[in-house]
Write a protein that binds this ligand. Sequence first.
Ligand code: HEC
Length: 144
Amino acid sequence: MNTTFRFVTALAAAVAVLSAASYLSVQAQAGKSVGDGVYTAEQAKRGERVYAENCGFCHGDDLKGSDVIPALTGADFLGSWKGKTAADLYEKIQTTMPATAPGTLTPAQTSDSIAHMFAVAKYPVGSAELSAKADELKQIRIDK
Ligand code: HEC
């Protein structure tokens, strides 16, 4: 009887510790995923035009790149970007792309081109546009 009671108490304590741990790990990863609907369909349409005018001739109409130019979608792309955030991607594009004329995109055009990349990756659309603000983009994990 006493042994059973002690076992149950120990079990309850273990459950409490485990649920506290999983609560903390959720807290640590606070924020959103690219799977959470972080751009709109209309924004991706605009981004498609930005992409066609500024990026497609290097990265390909299908975003699949070439022998010398990296893909902006698919497994190779995710190999480099999984675990980073939309802010990292924004920073890379805004400061270094288009490679022939870095810094020529407006902040909105950079976000729109990312929305196009997300649409090609088949991430779900949402009700709010992808922001061009670093602190908001930092909340969005590229995790799939
Ligand atoms: C003149 C050709 C050219 C154009 C135009 C161009 N890129 Fe690039 N891009 C490259 C090359 C080459 C690299 C690889 C070197 C590097 O990372 O800087 C690259 C890398 C990238 C990367 C990083 C890929 C990775 O896996 O690390 C992203 C994202 C990107 N480009 C987005 C864009 C976008 C968006 C546009 C249009 C606004 C664009 N690029 C226009 C040539 C180009």
